[in-house]
Design a protein around this ligand. Structure first.
Ligand code: DC
Length: 232
């Protein structure tokens, strides 16, 4: 009898592509876990900042991350991340962590540690993981891989309005959008050019552009792929 497919959906893509909304909705729909892998890199970065470690010292960074107790909630209705038991869900989204996360996530040994943790969080009963390297490095065996993208303008507008796919952005000052666009471009460049597991679509990923799709349309496509793969 052929082995049952790994119950994993890999959702990769850059910031503002709509991954989080879609990943949570798909996990809810399937009754599966949701794993925000970006949150693990953000919590690791917070630990490094709190330790006062130099961001150009990979060994120092790795030593801090090795000792950091990082935990993410896998409930798609209540996403949260904890560091040593403290709920740091809000602080990890702040500017200090956002500015430093690309440096910490570029350290290869940090990635090895966090990938192992992410696989543990996923468990075996079914999980939707969102990130940058799920289809290439975390779960290369995932039967459904989606690379979600959107135009740079749409992504910046979503992030500036703190919205995600499917939500109209209105009233955001254009200067805020411009600042967010510049920060996204910086992180995209760093995340795409790092040597280990750069932001990159897996060869067998389905590419979706959410610029003109609403969240539900993307969710429907992903659920359809899951059904075709025998996952749902
Ligand atoms: O998804 P996010 O914006 O919360 O991710 C924060 C950073 O973490 C992002 O700039 C790159 C890094 N990251 C990564 O390298 N690999 C992942 N699987 C997820 C995030």
């Amino acid at each position: 009898m052929p082995a049952a497919p790994t119950k994993v959906i890999a959702l990769d893509g850059p910031s503002g592509s709509g991954k989080s909304t879609v990943a949570r909705a798909v996990a809810r729909e399937l009754g599966w876990r949701y794993v925000d892998t970006g949150a693990t890199y953000r919590a690791a970065t917070l630990a490094v900042l709190r330790a006062g470690t130099d961001l150009s010292d990979p060994e120092g960074i790795d030593a801090v991350v090795a000792g950091a107790a990082i935990e993410v909630s896998t409930d798609p209705a209540a996403a949260a991340v904890r560091l040593a038991g403290e709920d740091v869900s809000t602080v990890v989204r702040g500017p200090e962590v956002t500015a430093a996360v690309s440096a910490v996530s570029a350290v290869p040994s940090v990635r090895t540690r966090l990938v192992a943790l992410q696989r543990e969080f996923a468990g075996e009963a079914g999980a939707v993981l969102e990130g940058r390297d799920i289809g290439t490095a975390v779960f290369p065996e995932a039967p459904v891989k989606v690379f979600l993208d959107a135009s740079a303008d749409v992504r910046a507008a979503r992030r500036a309005g703190d919205t995600d796919a499917g939500v109209e952005v209105s009233g955001s000052a254009s200067s805020t959008v411009a600042a967010v666009a510049a920060d996204l471009a910086r992180r995209d460049r760093l995340d795409s050019s790092r040597a280990t597991s750069p932001l990159q679509a897996a060869g067998d990923a389905v590419h979706l552009d959410s610029s003109t799709m609403d969240a539900q349309q993307v969710v429907d496509v992903v659920l359809d792929l899951a059904r075709r793969a025998g996952l749902a």
